[in-house]
Design a protein around this ligand. Structure first.
Ligand SMILES: [Fe+2]
Ligand SMILES: [Fe+2]
Length: 428
């Protein structure tokens, strides 16, 4: 029996969505695991066959037996890429004299039916998704060019891994993505598998360079070992994987922030050793573009910023309060899960240090008084705003990841993980 035997319900929903506007047909006979033919080659796939496809295990994965008419073709990808090169501030900041060569990579999109279908299902119904995929693709190509990694094969891997990095989302309930940042653990678990699903889908495409599937698998890994889904460290993350991870982050910030380059500079540097140093340097060196963003920034008032500093610093002090009890309980924990707790502790320390590097001495109770009396020094206000935002997000992410790993490794210690998470979540 193959691993694709069951049809994923959410994937099938996307197929059904696509079938409302485009013709979706079977490219070969679709046969159940017991040998019964469910659909003939050329049969139309729509709501009428939905239940039949869910009822049986299939002999071959449905993903490689479908064709969606229309959908993104190379010309559409190039048009989308041309527009993004004009509009996308992060892409413009990373632009090189060879940027137009990036469009050639999109133009060379291979004529492989399974890839076409995946992209049609991922980006066909929502132009923002296609924009995201193309942006990540172009960012990955630009970073390769900036780093001097410009062989034809490297750029091709960058282009394709960018386009397909999130196709694993097709297997996830769309409601999960609407939950936003405060996602409960069971939903976070679903999100964490999207690189694995995409890797499995792409690995099944025999004509595709294996490096594409590998980069996609690693596009949420972090070099300090606190990414997902594998928690790989340092050299275990391939260069294309590192670049794709940074590209995913940069694209996400461009979509969510009015100051994507400032936010990227803060996010990439916040936890040292998280991203490849050479990539951080490339992004941070776009000084002119970073300065230009200053006109677009709407900062909270200095008063609100200080309140936020106060909340975060109080949160950090409460961790200090809990530390003796936590240390005593951790002393009783052995084995791999102990390593997980220690790694989480180190990551927490690095996040705490970020506030210090933005100019706030987190160990000094009189720090807030000094900030109040000094007033908003130029640059500090902006730096604090971005760092505070990023710290909140990172602490939440760290908490979720710790819970998830402990649940997998040693559920007996979930209460200690919960204790740690509650102590380092900053109050709202
Ligand atoms: Fe992703
Ligand atoms: Fe993404």
């Amino acid at each position: 029996m193959n691993e694709f035997a069951d049809v994923n319900r959410h994937y099938l929903d996307r197929v059904m969505d696509a079938s409302k506007n485009s013709e979706v047909e079977a490219t070969e006979d679709i046969v159940a695991g017991n040998g019964m033919k469910l659909l003939s080659k050329g049969a139309r796939i729509d709501e009428r066959v939905r239940e039949r496809l869910l009822e049986y295990k299939l002999r071959k994965p449905l993903e490689s037996s479908l064709k969606v008419a229309g959908g993104p073709d190379p010309a559409l990808l190039v048009r989308c890429g041309e527009r993004l090169l004009e509009e996308h501030s992060t892409l413009q900041a990373l632009r090189t004299s060879r940027s137009l060569a990036a469009l050639d990579c999109l133009r060379a999109f291979p004529a492989i039916e399974t890839l076409h279908t995946l992209l049609a299902l991922y980006g066909g119904s929502d132009p923002r998704k296609l924009d995201h995929a193309v942006a990540v693709s172009l960012l990955a190509i630009s970073l390769h060019q900036q780093l001097g990694l410009e062989s034809e094969s490297a750029l091709k891997v960058a282009a394709l891994s960018g386009l397909f990095h999130d196709v694993g989302e097709l297997y996830i309930d769309p409601a999960v993505f609407r939950a936003g940042g405060d996602m409960p653990l069971d939903q976070w678990k679903q999100v964490c598998v999207h690189p694995l699903v995409a890797h499995r889908l792409l690995s099944a495409v025999s004509q595709l360079d294996k490096a594409v599937a590998m980069a996609v698998l690693q596009h949420h890994e972090r070099l300090d070992g606190f990414g997902y889904p594998m928690g790989l460290q340092d050299a275990a993350v391939t260069k294309p994987g590192c670049i794709l991870a940074a590209s995913e982050l940069l694209a996400g910030l461009s979509e969510a922030s009015r100051t994507p380059l400032h936010s990227a500079r803060v996010a990439l540097k916040l936890v040292p050793r998280e991203f490849d140093r050479s990539i951080v340097d490339v992004v941070s060196s776009s000084r002119v573009a970073i300065e230009q963003e200053l006109d677009r920034i709407e900062l909270p008032t200095w008063h609100d910023t200080l309140e936020e500093v106060h909340r975060v610093v109080s949160g950090l002090h409460s961790v200090e309060h809990c530390r003796p009890e936590y240390t005593t309980r951790l002393d009783r924990v052995q084995g791999p899960v102990r390593v997980t707790f220690l790694a989480a502790g180190m990551r927490y320390e690095r996040i705490r240090m970020a506030l210090a590097s933005a100019g706030v001495n987190t160990r000094d109770a009189g720090e807030l008084r000094r900030l109040i009396s000094d007033g908003p020094a130029p640059g500090l206000h902006l730096e604090l705003t971005l760092v505070l935002r990023e710290i909140r997000w990172r602490l939440r992410e760290l908490g979720r990841e710790l819970m998830l790993r402990v649940q997998r490794q040693a559920p007996d210690h979930l209460d200690l993980a919960d204790f740690a998470v509650r102590s380092f979540s900053t109050p709202h």
